[in-house]
Structures are given as structure tokens and as C-alpha cells.
Design a protein around this ligand. Structure first.
Ligand SMILES: O=C(O)CCC(=O)C(=O)O
Ligand SMILES: [Fe+2]
Length: 332
């Protein structure tokens, strides 16, 4: 294993045995599907006329109900800040192994979770809230890490709350429904997927559901795929767009109206891929349940009520599982 790690900074000529997936777990559809499969939503309409805002809410709801994922453009996060953040993470992942291994618990390509196959990636993950406490634990190398990420988090949080507000409107909940404990916590996950000599043998990330409330990420190369009607659709790279995904808690609160999709990352042989993902999540003591306003005789609750801490305790042993498994204990 150590030998494989040591190769990380070099280009791989072959897929190390540790990373070859069993045949039944290998990806079948590797190529990007046509771009028009994935909704692209212009968030600037939130500031437009009342009609434009209503149209936007409808578009978002349709995307959230049919796909559970979409891309947003004109979201208010400055392009330069997005680019700077991406460049900063690329720099981070090219620092010497001794430096980044202080922060990457499972330096890979083989960061394998419990009962998980070995993924073709390297990952840093850390908390973001409360910012003033968490920032002290973030890397200091590259030197601008803390400054760039703090600005990025502030800006992406605004975009995420706007999207949550629009979802609240679309669901018929009060505008600020998701404000506060339901979206109090945030954490960062940034992945670096090196070029892979044979993408048919590996996955960057195995199919899974996101356990939080809402995920907002940027990527610099193709590889992220979401499942829809049994088919893997690829999220095209649109410069300065965010890929947004409904996560499991949002599916529960919407009582299944919005769907949290399983997704995965395929590798490619030509370029590396980086992603910077912000996960908006409830605080641990927060009570989560299908919103009362959505429940009536015709629409009984589909999920139990629980605290997020209870949810996480159930989820930890099955970390990285698909949405169905991740929700099994809480289904009614
Ligand atoms: O790298 C990506 O684009 C997706 C990462 C992801 O799905 C995750 O970390 O949960
Ligand atoms: Fe994910």
C-alpha cells in the first residue's frame, strides 16, 4: 500500500491491484450523456419580476422532483472567487505527501471507507461552522487557504440559502423554513481524482446518497454522474456553474416530493478532476421530520421524525450507502 501511495505524485501507468473493482462494481456508462439531460437554472431570476421568480420556483421544483440535481448559473458567487478556490485546491493536492497527509485521513487513490471498494481519489474534509472556530483547524498551506476558503464559504452559503428559500416557496412552506438549525452546519469536502489509465476498472466515488440537506459543488472536469430512471447522467462542466443536489434530509422534509439522487464519480484517462463540495446540513440536535404543512390525509408522512444526531448514529455504520439504504431505518 505504501508503495502505491508513494506513486501518487507520479502518473500511473497501470491501475494498482488495490484499486481494481470487482467486475460487478465497475462502471458501465463512462461517456458524458447529452448536455440537455441535466437542468441548468438561471438563479438571477430570483431578483427579477414576480412572474420571473415564480417561473424560477417552478423550474427548481421540477428539477428537484424529477432529477434531484441540476446546475445553477448567475448564482451571485463571483467567478474569480470560484476560480481562485479551485486553483487553491489543485495546489493543495500537489503539495508533498507529508504536507497534505496531515489533513487527508485516507490519502489515496485508495481512500476506502469501511466496507467500501477502493476509490480513485484523494480527499480533504473538514468542518466550516462556526467559522471562527473551524478556521483554526484548516490547512495553512497553501498560504492563502484560510482566506480564500472563508470568502468562498460566505458566498456559497448565500447561494445555498437562496436555493433553500426558493424550495421552501415551491413546497408551500414559509420562506425561511430552512433557515436556522436545519441548515446551521456546513462542511467542506474537496476531492482530487488523478487521471486513471483504465477508467473501466475503477470509480472515483462509489454510488451513494448525500446524507445532509443540500450539496453545492463546483468541478473542473467531467466525471460526476447522477442516476435517473436507471440511467447514469453526467453533469457537464459549465464554467462557473454550481452543481446542486437535493440531499437526504431535504427529501425527508419535503416528504419525498424532492428526491435525493444516488450519484458516483467515474475517472478518466486524460485529465485529473477536482471538485469542491459544500455540504449544508442540520445541526446535530436539530429535529428533522416531514414538514407538517405537507402532511394531510391524502399525504401521510413517509418518514419518522428524528434528531439529526439520531440519524447520523444510524448512518455511520452504513456510511457511503445508497439513498434507499441510508433511509431504511426511518421509512414509515
Ligand atoms: O466529486 C464530486 O463531484 C462529487 C463528490 C460527492 O458526491 C461527495 O463527496 O459526496
Ligand atoms: Fe455525494
Amino acid at each position: 500500500m505504501a508503495q502505491v501511495l508513494a506513486q501518487m505524485s507520479n502518473n500511473f501507468q497501470t491501475v494498482p491491484a488495490e484499486c481494481v473493482l470487482p467486475p460487478e462494481k465497475r462502471p458501465q456508462e463512462l461517456l458524458p450523456s447529452p448536455a440537455d439531460n441535466i437542468p441548468v437554472i438561471d438563479l438571477s431570476k430570483a431578483m427579477g419580476t414576480e412572474t420571473e421568480r415564480r417561473q424560477l420556483v417552478e423550474e427548481l421544483m421540477k428539477a428537484g422532483q424529477e432529477y434531484g440535481f441540476f446546475q445553477v448559473i448567475n448564482h451571485g458567487v463571483p467567478n474569480e472567487l470560484m476560480d481562485d478556490t479551485m486553483a487553491m485546491y489543485k495546489e493543495f493536492f500537489h503539495l508533498p505527501y507529508e504536507e497534505i497527509s496531515k489533513y487527508t485521513a485516507n490519502r489515496t487513490p485508495m481512500s476506502s471507507g469501511k466496507n467500501q471498494p477502493i476509490y480513485w481519489k484523494d480527499t480533504i474534509r473538514h468542518g466550516l461552522r462556526p467559522l471562527e472556530d473551524q478556521i483554526k483547524t484548516w490547512p495553512e498551506n497553501p498560504a492563502r487557504y484560510r482566506e480564500v476558503l472563508a470568502s468562498y464559504v460566505n458566498e456559497t452559503s448565500k447561494a445555498a440559502s437562496e436555493i433553500l428559500k426558493l424550495f421552501a416557496e415551491g413546497l408551500g412552506l414559509e420562506n425561511e423554513y430552512f433557515k436556522g438549525e436545519l441548515s446551521d452546519d456546513e462542511y467542506l469536502v474537496s476531492h482530487y481524482y488523478p487521471p486513471c489509465p483504465d477508467p473501466s476498472l475503477t470509480l472515483g466515488l462509489y454510488p451513494h446518497g448525500d446524507v445532509n440537506l443540500l450539496t453545492i459543488l463546483q468541478q473542473d472536469a467531467f466525471g460526476l454522474q447522477f442516476i435517473k430512471d436507471g440511467k447514469w447522467l453526467t453533469a457537464d462542466v459549465i464554467p462557473n456553474a454550481f452543481v446542486v443536489s437535493v440531499a437526504i434530509q431535504l427529501q425527508v422534509i419535503s416528504n419525498g416530493k424532492l428526491i435525493s439522487p444516488d450519484h458516483r464519480v467515474v475517472t478518466n484517462s486524460k485529465t485529473s478532476r477536482s471538485s469542491v463540495c459544500i455540504f449544508v446540513a442540520p445541526s446535530r440536535k436539530c429535529f428533522v421530520e416531514p414538514a407538517k404543512a405537507l402532511i394531510n390525509d391524502a399525504n401521510p408522512p413517509l418518514y419518522k421524525s428524528y434528531t439529526y444526531a439520531e440519524y447520523m448514529a444510524d448512518y455511520m455504520p452504513k456510511m457511503g450507502s445508497d439513498v434507499e439504504t441510508a433511509l431504511a431505518s426511518f421509512k414509515l
